[in-house]
Design a protein around this ligand. Structure first.
Ligand code: HEM
Length: 395
C-alpha cells in the first residue's frame, strides 16, 4: 500500500484541473501555508530557467535533516544544483540519449509481448498489474543491472521515497518510515555497486561504480543517489503515461480510431496525452535570494511549487487548452520539466509508451476501460494515474 496514495472512485485529477483554471484566471501566484504555488506558463518557464534564484536543493527544508536521505541526495540529480549537477548527470547521460535508447526497441517490444502473453485469452485484466507497472520497471532494472526478482522490494522503497513531499512530509513519518526504508535502499545499492567494483559488468551501475571524476572514484552516496533516482523516476511516471493514454483514448474513441488507422499519429497523441495528464503535476524549488514572481515579492528560503500541469493548460500558451487534440502542436509542454533538469529519461519514456500502445493495438481489435468496476486513482497532487485500470479487450 502506497504511503502517499488515496483511493478515490471519481477521477480526482478533474477537480484539480478545475482548480488550475480558477487559479490561472484569478490568482496565478498564490501563497499558502507551505509556500508559493505558481500556475502560469511564463512564470514557471522563468523559474525553471533561473536555477540561481530557484534552487532544486529542497532537502534543505527538512528540519531536522534526515541522514539517510542526505546520503541518497548526494547523487540525486533532481535535488542537486549546478555545478555538481552537471558533473553527476554527465556520468549517465550517454546511456539515455535517443540513439542509445532506440537500441532497446526490440527488447521493450519482447518484454511487452511476454507480459501480455500472461493474460492471453482473458477478455478483462488490470492494465497496471499486467503491463503498465511491470514494463518500465523491468526495462530500467535491466539497464541499471539490478536483479528483476528484487522488484517487490523496490516497490516498498519507492513508496517511501514517494512519500517525500518537500517541506510537507510529517517529521515522524520521515524519521520512522521514510528514513529506515531509504537506509535499506542505500545499503542494498552500495552492496550492488561493491560487486560491480569487484567484477565489472556492462550495465549502468557498473559504469557508475567504476567511474572516476577528477581522478577519484564516486562516493557511495553519489552512486546510490544517481542509481536510485533513475530507478524510481523511471517507472511510476511511465506507468502513468501508459495508463493515462488508455484512459483518454477511452474517453475519446474518435481519436483512438484515428490513431489505430494511422499509427504515425501515435507519437503526437502521446505528447498531447501527457500535456493534458502529466504524470507529475508539479515540481519543487526553493528561493535562494529575495525575488519576485508575477509581481509578488517572494523572500529567500521559501518553497516554490511550479504546477507544470497547470502551465500545460495555460491559454496564453496553448489555445483552447483543455481540449484533447491529437494533432495539436504541443511543443513547449512542461511534462518533462525544462532547462538543466529536463528529464533524462524522456526518450526512453516516449519509446516505452509508443511500443506498449502499438503492441496493445496490434494484439487487440478493441480495448476499452472496463466501467463495470470502480476506478481507483492515486493522489493526483503526487501522480496523475489510476491505481488500477481494469480493461476489456477483444483479440
Ligand atoms: C512519462 C514519463 C516521465 C515523466 C513525466 C518524467 C518527468 C520528469 C520531470 C518533470 C523531471 C524534472 C524534475 C525537475 O525539474 O525538478 C524529470 C527529471 C528526471 N527524470 Fe524523468 N520523467 C519520466 C520518465 C523518466 C524515465 C523513464 C527515467 C529513466 C531514466 C527518468 C529519469 C529522470 C531523471 C534521472 C531526472 C533528473 C534529471 C536532472 O535533474 O538532471 N524519467 N523527469
Amino acid at each position: 500500500m502506497s504511503l502517499i496514495s488515496t483511493t478515490l472512485a471519481e477521477d480526482p485529477a478533474e477537480e484539480m484541473f478545475s482548480w488550475f483554471r480558477t487559479m490561472l484566471d484569478t490568482e496565478p501566484v498564490h501563497r499558502d501555508e507551505q509556500g508559493w504555488n505558481v500556475f502560469g506558463y511564463s512564470d514557471i518557464a522563468r523559474i525553471l530557467a533561473d536555477t540561481k534564484t530557484f534552487s532544486s536543493e529542497t532537502a534543505r527544508l527538512f528540519n531536522p535533516p534526515q541522514p539517510d536521505l542526505d546520503f541518497f541526495d548526494m547523487g540525486n540529480l533532481v535535488t542537486t544544483d549546478l555545478p555538481r549537477h552537471r558533473k553527476l548527470r554527465s556520468l549517465i547521460n550517454t546511456a539515455f540519449t535517443p540513439r542509445a535508447v532506440a537500441g532497446l526497441s526490440d527488447r521493450i517490444d519482447r518484454i511487452t509481448n511476454t507480459l501480455l502473453d500472461q493474460v492471453k485469452g482473458q477478455d478483462t485484466f488490470d492494465l497496471v498489474d499486467s503491463l503498465a507497472y511491470a514494463l518500465p520497471i523491468t526495462v530500467i532494472l535491466e539497464m541499471l543491472g539490478l536483479p528483476v526478482e528484487d522488484e517487490p522490494q523496490f516497490r516498498v522503497w519507492g513508496d517511501a521515497l514517494g512519500a517525500i513531499d518537500a517541506a510537507t512530509v510529517p517529521p515522524d513519518l520521515l524519521a520512522n518510515e521514510v528514513g529506515p526504508a531509504v537506509r535499506e535502499l542505500n545499503e542494498y545499492l552500495l552492496e550492488q555497486a561493491e560487486r560491480r567494483r569487484r567484477e565489472p559488468t556492462d550495465d549502468v551501475l557498473s559504469v557508475l561504480a567504476n567511474a572516476e571524476v577528477d581522478g577519484k572514484p564516486l562516493e557511495g552516496g553519489e552512486i546510490v543517489g544517481i542509481t536510485g533516482l533513475t530507478m524510481f523516476a523511471g517507472h511510476a511516471t511511465t506507468m502513468a503515461a501508459i495508463c493515462n493514454a488508455v484512459l483518454l483514448f477511452d474517453r475519446h474513441p474518435e481519436a483512438l480510431a484515428e490513431v489505430r488507422a494511422d499509427r504515425s499519429l501515435l507519437p503526437g497523441a502521446i505528447e498531447e496525452i501527457m500535456r493534458l495528464r502529466p504524470p507529475f503535476p508539479r515540481l519543487a524549488r526553493i528561493t535562494t535570494v529575495d525575488t519576485e514572481i508575477g509581481g509578488q515579492a517572494v523572500p529567500a528560503g521559501e518553497l516554490v511549487t511550479p504546477w507544470i500541469a497547470a502551465a500545460n493548460r495555460d491559454a496564453s500558451r496553448f489555445a483552447d487548452p483543455d481540449r484533447f487534440d491529437i494533432r495539436r502542436d504541443t511543443r513547449g509542454h512542461l511534462v518533462f520539466g525544462q532547462g538543466v533538469h529536463f528529464c533524462l529519461g524522456a526518450p526512453l519514456a516516449r519509446l516505452e509508451a509508443k511500443i506498449a500502445l502499438n503492441v496493445l493495438f496490434d494484439r487487440y481489435s478493441a480495448l476499452s476501460v472496463d466501467h463495470t468496476t470502480e476506478l481507483e486513482f492515486e493522489n493526483p497532487r503526487q501522480l496523475i494515474c489510476p491505481r488500477h485500470l481494469p480493461v476489456r479487450v477483444t483479440a
